[in-house]
Design a protein around this ligand. Structure first.
Ligand code: MOS
Length: 765
């Protein structure tokens, strides 16, 4: 009997159906509860100020002029008519721009830095991509700045750019490393082993470039104080990094740039760095001596902020008669711009997912004259799982084996490449529970065997995976005698629920009601947080908050014990608990004192502690990942090739869930982004010129409400013993595996394996 069938039969008995919202045990009052967002009311009532919305007096407005060639030189730039246009205050070009140091490359270790490109923006006549800013026009209104920008005339001497990704592949080279990991990992002779295997697949895939389209376009308001300090409201998901980079670029002292980002309207990786817009807004403020606002147009976001790299990938798998993988090859190429260094890690997923004997897994990189590629929700893993999981699906058909069964048979005991122990891995449970809920066992085996009139119906499944990262982050908690607490961290809230979850945590740790705890964030002057990236922020802050709370409790206990008659006399910190707004003995819960009573004995009537989470050593010792089983049902119109998603279920294994409400929203958001990636999104470059042809939401199609069915979410909610709170980050796992699940469902519906994203109708006709 198959593992799948056997387990399916008993699943109802052995596994309680812990659909979101239900938990078995309750150690915390708030953590684990579906608490409403603490910033929800402010957002829906319009009281939340996003970066461009702050009222600032004497505000000027800036608009960028973009290069229309992808490589070459500026021969001349005529700004006379722009300068003469109504309301124009200043036109800045490479001829009059103050010198700026090129931003140091993005770094979260050592010297923090957020640079995205090494191009000397506006300090050079050299052009490296179509869309590189060549002038900034500053005027008294946004409309006048925009109008005057259209009057700037630039003459270029065009050079020979590498505009085509396909052409660039001939010059592909091995990167030095990929995010610090080896560009290629090899064991045995995988090529020979694939050739010898009784069952094998060998498929090639392409994925296009994708662009960031957060609802809020990138924007900054900046002003200078004398020549030494800058204040900026910026759409940043890395307040500490962006402010450090602005200081470095303008030669200012550390800490002299104050960046505020209280609300960010979606980031997804696109707001992690210094980009031309925020740097040039600060320049314009300096050169006009006034506060300046710069809001990118949607086209401006496409042309001057990077997105996901295109890729070409090959996956070849050899399996024995039982479906055990004997050899795995995953190789290919991504592109990066001539001025950045980010080989997107599509070859990471196969390094951790299936047991295999021989393997060759690696990737190369090429250079193109395009805007620098950057982080975009699960960079690497989202495109890598498309190729890996499409190939696994093909292998299942080749073996005449159920695709879920094939995955279960290849579950590794330890990390298949490093040999490390997994910190926590319940992929089997995620698969089985997902399959049961989705009704997988009712699916007919044969492709093209379900139809409803002209609609062909199919179901597909794929694995999703994303690493567990943690970054060094600091926090501070102040506890007041009135029983309120303020938690501070420079962290970013882009809609994920960061503020809500950290408030839940601090309230639990201090024994306070959530209403008495305020989380302050989005400000570079607060204790340093790492980038809100790599799905790492929640656990990174949580560790710091836990350490702060522990320190604070010790401190408050010491204050209490100064009073001889205190009921807390004679106990150590481990003997007390923070509960009901005070400290009480664990051996006698009635004996203790309220924070109010204790803190009134201090001069400031408050206590404060700051702490920093240590380096993430656990990630060096264990193979730490999140997992997903993504189930999809599609209908494909036989005549038009139109694909509609009719059902989607994501079953996740991501450690403990801290807030089911915000978590489910994160999972769904990732899946929706994955559906866009699978079916409609694609940044189209004109290979003759290097110009983006569809730089608008009218022509770059993100999914809309009508494209998305109800998405069902399940999760194992099994704590990872090696992470703070047992939690994993969940911002990125949702998108991984989705494109493959859709493509596999399309294959099941039509019998056509689409290996090039997006799956548009022309490919199905
Ligand atoms: Mo994410 S792509 O690390 O914001």
């Amino acid at each position: 009997m198959s593992i799948l069938r056997k387990t399916m039969e008993t699943i109802a008995h052995v596994m309680p159906d812990r659909v979101h919202g239900e938990r078995e045990e309750q150690q915390h009052r708030y953590i684990g509860q579906p608490v409403d967002r603490v910033d929800g009311r402010e957002k829906v009532t319009g009281q939340a100020h996003f970066s461009a919305e702050y009222p600032v007096d004497n505000l000027l407005h800036a608009h960028l002029v973009y290069s229309t060639i992808s490589k070459g030189k500026i021969v001349s730039i005529d700004i006379a008519s722009a300068e003469a246009a109504p309301g124009v205050v200043k036109v800045i070009t490479h001829e009059n721009a103050l010198p700026m140091a090129p931003a140091k490359p993005f770094s979260i270790q050592g010297e923090i830095s957020a640079g995205s490109t090494e191009v000397a923006i506006l300090n050079t006549d050299e052009i490296s991509w179509d869309g590189q800013p060549v002038a900034v026009v500053v005027a008294d209104t946004e409309e006048r700045a925009r109008e005057a920008a259209s009057l700037v005339k630039v003459r270029y001497e065009a050079g020979q750019g590498m505009n085509s990704f396909e052409e660039s592949i001939a010059y592909a080279k091995e990167p030095k490393d990929i995010l610090g990991d080896a560009p290629e990992v090899i064991r045995g002779d995988a090529d020979e082993a694939v050739r010898q295997a009784p069952h094998r697949v060998d498929l090639s895939f392409t994925t296009p470039p994708y662009n960031h389209n957060a609802i809020e376009p990138h924007a900054t308001i900046a002003w200078w104080d004398r020549d030494t300090n800058v204040t900026m409201y910026d759409t940043s998901q890395f307040t500490v990094g962006t402010s450090a980079s602005i200081a470095q670029v303008f030669g200012l002292k550390k800490g002299s740039v104050h960046l505020i980002a209280n609300f960010v309207g979606g980031g997804f990786g696109g707001k992690g760095g210094l980009w031309p817009y925020n740097q040039l807004c600060v320049l314009a403020a300096k050169m006009t001596g006034k506060p300046v606002r710069l809001v990118l147009t949607r086209a401006g976001v496409f042309r001057s902020v990077g997105g996901r790299t295109p890729s070409q990938q090959r996956v070849a798998i050899g399996a024995d008669a039982e479906g055990k993988i004997v050899a795995f090859i995953h190789e290919g190429v991504t592109a990066q711009s001539t001025d950045n260094n980010f080989p997107e890690q599509f070859s990471f997923p196969p390094r951790h997912i299936y047991s295999m004997d021989a393997f060759r897994i690696g990737q190369k990189v090429t250079e193109v004259n395009r805007v620098a590629n950057t982080f975009m929700r699960a960079p690497g893993e989202s495109i890598g799982t498309f190729a890996m999981e499409s190939a696994m699906d093909a292998l299942a058909y080749e073996l005449k084996m159920d695709p879920v069964e094939l995955r279960l048979r290849n579950e590794p005991e330890r990390d298949p490449v490093s040999g490390d122990e997994f910190s926590s891995r319940h992929m089997r449970e995620a698969y089985l529970r997902g399959a049961a809920k989705f009704g997988w066992s009712q699916r007919p085996v044969e492709p093209r065997s379900q139809r409803d009139g002209r609609w062909l119906i199919g179901q597909g499944v794929a694995t999703g995976t994303y690493p567990v990262y943690r970054m060094v982050t600091a926090a501070r908690i102040r506890l007041n005698a009135d029983g309120t607490a303020v938690v501070q961290c420079a962290a970013q809230e882009m809609g994920m629920g960061t503020a809500t979850v950290q408030t839940q945590l601090a309230a639990d740790l201090l024994g306070l009601p959530m209403e008495k705890v305020r989380f302050e964030y989005g400000d570079s002057t607060l204790p340093a947080a790492a980038v809100a990236g790599g799905s790492s922020q929640t656990v990174s802050i949580a560790l710091a908050v836990q350490e702060c709370a522990a320190k604070l409790i010790e401190q408050v206990l010491r204050i209490a014990q100064k009073q001889k008659e205190s009921p807390l006399t004679g106990v150590s910190a481990s003997g007390v608990q923070a509960i009901n707004g005070g400290l009480y003995r664990k051996d006698d819960g009635k004996r203790g004192e309220s924070f109010e009573t204790i803190l009134q004995r201090t001069e400031s009537a408050s206590a404060e502690a700051e702490a920093k989470g240590g380096a993430p050593m656990e990630t060096m010792k264990y193979s730490m990942h999140s997992y997903a089983a993504q189930f999809c049902e599609v209908r494909v119109n036989e005549r038009t090739g139109e694909v509609r998603i009719t059902r989607f279920l994501g079953s996740f294994d991501t450690g403990r869930i801290l807030n089911p409400k915000t978590a489910v929203s994160q999972f769904r958001g990732g899946i929706i982004m994955g559906i866009g990636m699978a079916l409609t999104e694609e940044t189209m470059f004109d290979d003759r010129t290097g110009r983006i042809m569809n730089a608008s939401l009218a022509e770059y199609h993100v999914p809309v409400q009508a494209d998305i069915p109800d998405i069902e979410i399940l999760y194992t909610d099994l704590p990872d013993p090696k992470t703070p709170l047992g939690a994993h980050g969940i911002g990125e796992i949702g998108i991984t595996g989705v494109a493959a699940a859709v493509a596999n469902a399309v294959f099941h519906a039509t019998g056509k394996r689409i290996t090039s994203l997006p799956i548009t109708l022309d490919k199905l006709m």
